[in-house]
Design a protein around this ligand. Structure first.
Ligand code: GTP
Ligand code: MG
Length: 331
């Protein structure tokens, strides 16, 4: 998702940017010394202005914990990151104020300089001090850039969107199905609390934007094999899911016998007891015989239009109730 955080320059890049732009400044004066004094003062002011505005932009653009979408507030990696972000923002705020104070002092010193050599020494020492303050926060700048990249790579999982979760044993074709139904390319991030990835795709049901969540390594094994962290991730999924697609692979080419897949289905049904589940039988292209139910092929697209229609109707039905409640509340 786009938190609108600008790329964070490291200390060297920031110095380079400021000093390079300052080097272009040339001021005239009544004589050589006066011109030089004005030039150095303008350079220092510009360096400070660039540092000030750039660092300030970083300080205000990182989200705080409660500005994150709810699904991510529980993401332990992000919690830790955001605590450190606070510290790093504090550090660059310190550097910004130090640079400003130093530049004001150095501009004052310039007034007492008589020769170009003296002025040049002031300029050099001002640049040196600025660089030293920036270097002291270089780790913070680098850290902020890594967090920015991480935050921007989060897919936009939204609590207010109709959400379909795809479950089923390993290798049955869940990701292939999400890929087929999604309008764009599904994005990948981590689940809250875990290092496991979550795939998020989108599709439209009657113009309503819905999200489709792939659950690799999460809703594919019995709950008793889960550790505490994974159970918390499953709870987060439970909060999100309006509808579940349970994918069977009756061809058993996944390596999981139907008996095992069925007992997983029972488990999912009991875990998400308030959520409607649509059963689909995938890899129909590999089957000679078909039984009752919705047979699809996520590979060649067979019956996916039927599945999409069922999804649309169920979502419309669920959200119509919400809509009715909403309308009567506002009457
Ligand atoms: N023949 C056939 N193969 C399929 C179909 N759907 C998926 N596959 C294949 O089955 C394999 C597993 O598909 P995935 O979509 O990765 O399955 P998954 O359930 O996401 O697997 P995990 O994420 O590992 O649990 C891949 O080789 C797919 O190409 C299908 O409809 N027909
Ligand atoms: Mg998968």
């Amino acid at each position: 998702m786009d938190f609108k955080i600008p790329p964070v320059l490291n200390a060297d890049q920031l110095m380079d940017k400021a000093y390079r732009r300052a080097s272009k400044i040339q001021k005239r004066g009544v004589d050589k010394e006066d011109g030089y004094r004005k030039t150095v003062a303008a350079k220092l002011k510009l360096v400070n202005k660039i540092m000030e505005s750039t660092l300030k932009r970083y300080e205000v653009s990182f989200p705080s914990f409660d500005q994150l979408p709810p699904f991510y507030r529980d993401t332990i990696h992000i919690q830790q990151d955001l605590n450190r972000v606070k510290k790093s923002i504090g550090a660059i705020n310190w550097a910004r104020r130090k640079i400003k104070r130093a530049v004001i002092e150095d501009i004052r010193k310039l007034k007492n300089c008589e020769t170009v050599g003296e002025m040049e020494r002031v300029r050099k020492s001002a640049y040196g001090r600025t660089s030293s303050f920036l270097r002291q926060v270089s780790k913070d700048l680098e850290f902020l850039e890594t967090v920015r990249k991480k935050l921007n790579s989060l897919p936009d999982i939204r609590m207010d969107r109709p959400t379909v979760v795809v479950a089923g044993s390993p290798n049955v074709g869940k990701s292939q199905l999400v890929l087929q139904i999604s309008t764009g390319k599904p994005k990948v991030a981590v689940y809250p609390f875990t290092t496991k990835e979550v795939g998020v795709g989108h599709f439209r049901a009657d113009g309503l934007m819905c999200q489709l969540i792939d659950t690799p390594g999460l809703l594919d094994r019995p709950l008793e094999e889960r550790n505490e962290i994974e159970l918390q991730a499953i709870e987060a999924i439970d909060e999100l899911a309006d509808l579940i697609i349970f994918v069977y692979d009756p061809s058993e080419s996944s390596g999981y016998p139907m008996s095992e897949q069925k007992s997983l289905y029972e488990e999912i049904k009991n875990t998400f007891e308030n959520t409607d589940i649509i059963k689909v039988y995938n890899k129909s292209d590999l089957l000679d015989d078909r039984g009752e139910g919705l047979y699809i092929s996520a590979l060649n697209g067979e019956n996916l239009d039927k599945l999409e229609k069922i999804l649309s109707e169920k979502i419309k039905y669920t959200y119509k109730e919400h809509w009715d409640v909403h309308v009567s509340e506002t009457d």
